[in-house]
Design a protein. Structure first.
Ligand code: NAD
Ligand code: UDP
Length: 354
């Protein structure tokens, strides 16, 4: 018997077959695992998700075109019997048999999505349509990783899921923002038109080990700069805000939404808000007190503030983040220190506060 997400349990499958002569032929017992597709699985978030799912015992199929992801991110999974890697661009269709699809494939850092904006919006729209088409054919449950960028430069603060956003539809960021908004639209249209099981999470700024060293996002930039003795580059006056979530909190939230009964959309983020200047000072404190701060011109349409209201997901699924910024940064620094091949600068022994 198939469950709501299409998984067939061993106890329900026939263990033996009767022939005409009533001779019993033993059927091979099927290894029953949840077959989970992770698009963009070789990226920062995707690699942590693949690791979690493989450890849980699912059969994980990771597809990625390695635009911003890398094989190093998933090297520890290669060779495991319940992990497969396929080089594939989600703009093209793919035929697979799966029970769940976590759809992450899309560049996420502003420098990467602005690098080839037409490809970015194609990835968001066509990639999501192809993954939804696959979910429809296989009756898989589908989860879209949307973004806090659907709120644009928000006029409501903090942002709740019912806020419709303030996006410049012809700006430099719109290939990503409008791409994700269209992806959300497609996802809910597939649900309405085809009765599919869909889930949508709107992810707020997330950081952690395995972020690409040249990723360009603020936390990885500051940590890499502080570790290598460069100046930390604050864009603009540093008064713009973001709320930073550690990657393990995100993975727990995504899995809880996928396995839960509600479509969402759900904000998944850490509501503790920092200005970029405050963030730079925390990085000085945790990583390198000698790291200097320098101010550079900001980019166009930079959202002035961002903070998730997470009461919806907390009430529906009991999820909330656990890892405070200073603790998450310390874990990330260990990983960056190894990959940058640097000696960590001495930091004064301070208690971890918040
Ligand atoms: P990332 O750039 O590290 O990972 C994206 C992955 O998708 C990479 O491995 C990349 O090679 C792959 N990819 C890109 N285009 C593809 C294509 N056409 N076909 C196949 N693979 C493709 O970014 P991330 O931070 O891990 O983000 C993962 C997802 O989460 C993205 O959809 C992003 O929009 C969303 N998200 C992330 C954050 C965050 O703070 N990390 C915030 C909001 C939303
Ligand atoms: N930012 C910064 N210095 C950097 C990189 C980014 O001050 O080296 C700022 C950027 O202008 C924005 C904030 O940090 O205001 C978050 O930028 P990021 O690219 O990390 O994510 P997003 O803009 O998508 O939230």
């Amino acid at each position: 018997m198939a469950t709501s997400n299409g998984t067939v349990h061993a106890s329900d499958s026939k263990a033996s077959l009767s022939t005409d002569s009533e001779t019993k032929i033993k059927a091979k017992p099927r290894i029953e695992r949840n077959r989970v597709l992770v698009s963009g699985g070789a990226g920062f978030v995707g690699s942590h998700l693949c690791t979690y799912l493989v450890e849980r015992g699912d059969h994980v199929i990771c597809i990625d075109n390695f635009f911003t992801g890398s094989k190093e991110n998933i090297a520890h999974l290669i060779g495991k019997t319940n992990f497969e890697l396929i080089r594939h661009d989600v703009v093209e269709k793919i035929l697979l048999e799966v029970d769940q699809i976590f759809h992450l494939a899309c560049p996420a850092s502003p420098i990467h999505y602005k690098y080839n904006p037409i490809k970015t919006i194609k990835t968001s729209f066509l990639g999501t349509m192809n993954m939804l088409g696959l979910a429809k054919r296989t009756r898989a449950r589908f989860l879209l990783t949307s973004t806090s960028e659907v709120y644009g430069d928000p006029l409501e603060h903090p942002q709740t899921e019912s806020y419709w956003g303030n996006v410049n539809c012809i700006g430099e960021r719109s290939c990503y923002d409008e791409g994700k908004r269209a992806a959300e639209c497609l996802t809910f249209d597939y649900q309405r038109e085809h009765g599919m099981e869909v889930r949508v999470v709107r992810i707020f700024n997330t950081y952690g080990p395995r972020m690409a060293l040249d990723d360009g996002r603020v936390v990885s930039n500051f940590v890499a700069q502080a570790l290598t003795g460069q100046q930390m580059t604050i864009y603009g006056d540093g008064q713009q805000t973001r709320s930073f979530q550690y990657v393990s909190d995100l993975i727990e939230g995504m899995v809880r939404v996928m396995d839960g009964p509600y479509a969402g959309p759900f904000n998944i983020g850490n509501p503790t808000e920092f200005t970029m200047l405050e963030l730079a000072k925390v990085v000085q404190e945790v990583v390198n007190p000698a790291a200097e701060i320098v101010f550079r011109e900001n980019t166009a349409d930079d959202p002035s503030r961002r903070k998730p209201d997470i009461s919806k997901v907390k009430k529906a699924l009991g999820w909330e983040p656990k890892v405070p910024l200073r603790e998450g940064l310390a874990r990330m620094v260990d990983d960056f220190t190894k990959r940058l091949d640097v000696t960590r600068p001495p930091v004064p022994d301070k208690p971890v506060t918040a």
